[in-house]
Design a protein around this ligand. Structure first.
Ligand SMILES: [Zn+2]
Length: 252
């Protein structure tokens, strides 16, 4: 039974990943999510269903349009594969439960946000604000309403403070304003303690990336890196393991 459910969640994740690709590509350009149907960005030809199978089609066609050989960005495959494996892993972690449902919603908000932030350095309000509301509503059913409301507030206030302090010291935005709403969203799902852990993990990962890129000469102290994906990774780790991490590390 576990195998059948595991396959089901993997395939569901692959299909959702394919849908996220549409959102990631179209939302920043303000194109409708539903129409027109998927078409090749190179030649405009409508993509047939057999060439639009998540993960598989990309591998079979070797990342090219079947009509014009246009190279389809590897991001499409990455998003589908990450989503598929995360859905499978979520099922193995939570079993069929309300926490599974909540976590799948959570990552379904974070994956499009992360990739849109990577590509445009903007986080769309339409996803983050809807996500805050959804997270708070779900928290009522999870019996976590209060710590989620505090988590949302702490997330927003903390990032806003970092931006204001950073502006005073460095005379520039150290983080984007979209990160305020993203941190509030994550707080709504993981609560205030999980949110603090999220920011610690996110800052740590962001700092490592910044150091590596600076060493390679690809980054100066002035350049801005999209912080959204690091917050998202921190949020996912927090949702999965915050109780475990907080108990082990901070409550000896
Ligand atoms: Zn084409």
């Amino acid at each position: 039974m576990v195998v059948i459910f595991g396959i089901f969640f993997f395939l569901l994740g692959a299909v959702m990943g394919s849908f996220f690709n549409v959102i990631i590509y179209r939302l920043p350009k303000s194109i409708s999510i539903v129409r027109p149907p998927s078409h090749c960005p190179g030649c405009g030809e409508k993509i047939e269903w057999k060439n639009n199978i998540p993960i598989l089609s990309y591998l079979i066609l070797n990342g090219k349009c079947s009509n014009c050989d246009f190279a389809i960005p590897i991001t499409y495959l990455v998003v589908e594969a990450i989503t598929a494996f995360l859905f499978l892993f979520s099922y193995l972690r939570f079993g069929v439960s309300f926490e599974l449902f909540t976590f799948l919603i959570f990552i379904s908000l974070l994956i499009p946000i992360s990739f849109i932030d990577l590509q445009t350095t903007l986080i769309p309000d339409s996803i983050s604000i809807a996500g805050i509301i959804i997270g708070l509503v779900l928290s009522v059913f999870r019996g976590l309403a209060l710590i989620s409301i505090i988590g949302t507030a702490v997330g927003a206030v903390l990032i806003l403070t970092i931006i204001l302090v950073g502006k005073a010291i460095y005379k520039q935005d150290v983080m984007g304003y979209g990160d305020i709403k993203l941190a509030a969203l994550i707080g709504a799902f993981v609560g205030w303690a999980g949110l603090l852990l999220t920011i610690m993990i996110g800052s740590f990962l962001g700092a490592i990336y910044g150091l590596i890129q600076t060493k390679r000469g690809k980054l100066t102290m002035k350049s801005q890196i999209p912080f959204g994906p690091y917050l998202a990774i921190g949020g996912i780790i927090s949702f999965l393991y915050s109780e475990w991490i907080i108990v082990r590390l901070f409550l000896p």
